[in-house]
Design a protein around this ligand. Structure first.
Ligand SMILES: Cc1cc2nc3c(=O)[nH]c(=O)nc-3n(C[C@H](O)[C@H](O)[C@H](O)COP(=O)(O)O)c2cc1C
Length: 152
């Protein structure tokens, strides 16, 4: 089993594509991660044996996480699992033409780092516009290169 679980929320597939790209890039660095759609994620994913988590989500509706990810947060929020000692990395997709650019990343940081005590190990990645753009592919690759050194 992998040591790190990536949970993503994606409405039109952009974040999903980035999630699997991150898995592919990490694999090329000999780091294996599991990937899960937030629709299928629940409390037991966070309280199991993973030593780290990567959370990724796009922003919709004036700064909110994609609805599937929002529902996941609601499912775990009553239990508020303690993520102390767990390594946390966060990425978000959005569009800087919106007022609340990548607002979902602020909510993910509040939820998993501030409220659940997870240890943020890397600066949060913000992807502006289509992830397939050359510039964004380079940003993702750079981030993953750093991340590979930090996760188990
Ligand atoms: C109706 C609508 C609302 C959006 N609202 C925001 C927003 O408030 N902030 C932001 O950064 N991006 C916003 N976006 C951009 C999306 O987050 C972006 O297209 C993202 O790549 C979608 O990823 P997904 O396919 O993984 O859901 C919005 C897009 C649409 C179509």
């Amino acid at each position: 089993m992998a040591n790190t679980l990536l949970i993503y929320g994606s409405l039109t597939g952009n974040t999903e594509g980035v999630a699997y790209k991150i898995q592919e890039l990490l694999r090329s660095k000999s780091k294996e991660i599991d990937v899960k759609n937030a629709i299928d994620a629940d409390l037991s994913d966070l309280t199991g044996s993973y030593s780290g988590f990567i959370f990724g989500c796009s922003t919709w509706d004036d700064g909110l996480p994609a609805s599937d990810f929002n529902d996941f947060i609601e499912r775990i929020n009553t239990a508020k699992p303690n993520l102390a000692g767990k390594k946390i990395a966060i990425f978000g997709l959005g569009d800087s033409n919106y007022v609340h650019f990548c607002g979902a990343t602020t909510i993910m940081e509040k939820t998993f780092v501030t409220e659940m005590n997870g240890a943020k190990i890397i600066e949060t990645l913000h992807i502006d516009g289509y992830p397939d753009m050359e510039e964004n592919q380079a940003i993702i690759k750079n981030w993953v290169e750093k991340l590979a050194e930090l996760i188990d």
